[in-house]
Design a protein around this ligand. Structure first.
Ligand code: NAD
Length: 557
């Protein structure tokens, strides 16, 4: 007979535990909420009341329901209070020794029938389970942050977990209004295995001053379509928790260098910059626990509208005859610029003699672009800014084909040009400040958010997004989870608008593969090597939605 779960225990009331308490209590389940000390208990209680008060203020929870919810929670110090619950969910810091110690103690305190669950993100549930005398009743119940909001729960079964325990936990997840995805015990499960390499890479970009924190986050929100930027997300997760997860994933996940925590993460933890919970992380918050970002010394000053070195631009030349060129003409003309479009080969370039800015959108081929830029050099007047829309070629190679590399920038419009609000302005080591300032000013008149970055493969967005997509393919190839489960996990656990396979089918597998190859060529890290399955699908002509088939079959839809 299925278990009832009328009373549950939650151990640790930090970022996750307090939210997990709320999920159970909202759904009519009595909760014994346990902390290590009176002071920690007070903080945990404040975490819970803060969250429920916000829900009331936003009209998402009636006052009476909040009071009933809080009345279901019994706050206690010490594990002994858990003697009669049906299930315990542990949410203490991500350290194996600590979790094993707590599970051994829970095994002693709890009723023999009780299920013991860990909310670990990356540790081995199996190793935690064998600290008890009942490993068949131990599972992972991995909630996502914030637990009351995110729909996904990863249910982790070990080789020892009993089938009825898994079935009962899955039923409980459904009762909580969550979508449970059941998987085996592998470092990072689905979502974190795909998320943390990306987050760590974003920190590396920030640490190396490749782009600013605001630009990295804006790029992923506006260019990648994600609900939060990676650095803001790390502040939400907590830098201490993120460090432990990365460290465990590195050790358990085959020592992939992309999971080796970037030194800055460790330094921030040591300095007490833990993110929202301490009031400061990559950003500064109004107070500890607040989600409100306040300005600090790194906040960019509002730029003066003029006088920052931008050259005047009235006439714009667009070179090319494809979809990108057509989109550029639409966008520039719509913003009031005089636009001259030239299809090279078919028309002479001398129509560009009077323009102030040239944007080229010819074939994505280094030879073609270099030849074009060399020709423009002979046609355009001095002081013209020459911009390339390349998404994967080194801008410096294109710039050096001219005699004026200081005037050459990359202008990478994300996605279909008229649709996406982001432009990456790519500065080479030869780009002059005036050219960058001009590009910024032009993007502002187009109503676009511009982010400035260096000249490296994939710029910001593709460099961060493509390896994640490639990792999803590797996970599928390894047989760990299905296309649907992986897409679900990223949408419901991380709030992504599309899952990785939906995105790959939309972008085109061939396009993704070409960009991933460019990244791998530049970074030389085996972790960036294209997934063999991606290569095979491209070879087979399964290129995605437009081709009728990619990871999914689109012919029947
Ligand atoms: N932060 C996230 O976004 C996130 C998401 C999903 C899962 N997780 C996982 O949840 C777990 C908790 O992470 P967190 O971010 O909430 O950590 P946290 O540091 O915010 O909270 C941990 C809490 O555990 C308490 N604690 C420590 N020792 C204890 C003990 N012996 N008995 C009772 N309570 C004790 C601490 O006082 C603290 O309140 C970790 O395993 C983490 O990997 C975190």
């Amino acid at each position: 007979m299925a278990r009832e779960f009328t009373s549950v225990g939650v151990v640790g009331l930090g970022t996750m535990g307090a939210g997990i308490v709320e999920v159970f209590a909202r759904n009519g389940i009595d909760v014994v909420a346990v902390e290590v000390s009176e002071a920690a208990l007070d903080r945990g209680r404040a975490n819970l009341t803060g969250s429920t008060d916000r829900a009331v203020a936003r009209g998402k929870l009636a006052e009476a329901d909040r009071d009933a919810l809080l009345a279901r929670v019994d706050f206690q110090v010490g594990l002994d209070a858990l003697h009669s619950v049906d299930l315990v969910v542990e949410a203490v810091p991500e350290r194996l020794d600590l979790k094993r110690r707590i599970f051994a103690e829970l095994d002693r305190v709890c009723r023999p029938e009780a299920i013991l669950a860990t909310n670990t993100s990356s540790l081995s549930v199996t190793e935690v389970s064998v600290a008890t005398g009942r490993p068949q009743q131990v599972v992972g119940i991995h909630f996502f942050n914030p637990a009351p909001v995110m729909k996904l729960v990863e249910v982790v079964r070990t080789v020892v977990t009993a089938a009825d325990v898994v079935a009962d936990v899955e039923a409980l997840c459904a009762r909580l209004g969550k979508v449970g995805v059941t998987i085996g015990d592998r470092a990072g499960f689905i979502a974190n295995a795909l998320l943390f390499g990306y987050l760590n890479h974003a920190v590396a970009m920030f640490e190396s001053r490749y782009a600013s924190r605001e630009d990295i986050d804006a790029a992923m929100k506006l260019g990648g379509g994600l609900p939060m930027g990676p650095l803001a997300l790390l502040d939400l997760i907590g830098l201490d928790t993120a460090y432990e997860i990365l460290d465990t994933m590195y050790r358990r996940g085959g020592r992939d260098r992309r999971h080796a925590p970037v030194p800055l993460v460790r330094q921030m933890v040591t300095a007490g910059l833990l993110g929202r919970k301490s009031g400061q992380g990559f950003y500064t918050y109004e107070k500890p626990g607040s989600s409100k970002v306040v300005p600090d010394e790194s906040t960019p000053q509002e730029r003066p509208a003029a006088g920052d070195g931008a050259r005047p631009v009235a006439r714009v030349g667009v070179v090319g005859s494809g979809a990108t060129a057509a989109g550029l003409v639409e966008v520039f003309a719509g913003a009031g610029y005089d636009v001259v479009q030239v299809a090279p080969g078919a028309e002479p370039l001398d129509g560009l003699a009077e323009v102030d800015l040239v944007v080229e959108a010819v074939a994505e081929d280094l030879g073609v672009k270099k030849e074009l830029l060399a020709s423009l050099d002979g046609v355009c007047k001095p002081g013209v800014v020459l911009a390339t829309t390349t998404s994967s070629l080194p801008v410096i190679d294109i710039a050096m084909a001219t005699g004026r590399p200081a005037d050459v920038v990359g202008l990478h419009f994300s996605g279909p040009v008229p649709a996406r609000p982001l432009v990456e302005i790519v500065q080479t080591i030869r780009t002059g400040e005036e050219a960058t300032a001009t590009a910024r000013a032009v993007c502002a008149t187009l109503g676009r958010t511009a982010v400035v970055c260096g000249d490296r493969a994939g710029f910001v967005v593709d460099a961060l997004l493509l390896p994640y997509l490639n990792d999803a393919v590797k996970m599928l190839e390894a047989g760990y989870a299905t296309v649907d489960d992986i897409d679900h996990a990223m949408k419901l656990g991380c709030g992504y608008p599309t899952g990785p396979f939906e995105l790959l089918d939309a972008v085109g597998l061939d396009v993704a593969l070409a960009s991933q190859r460019a990244l791998y060529r530049e970074l030389r890290d085996p972790g960036f090597a294209p997934a063999p399955l991606l290569e095979h699908l491209v070879t087979a002509g399964y290129l995605g939605r437009e081709a009728g088939r990619g990871f999914r079959d689109h012919t029947a839809r």
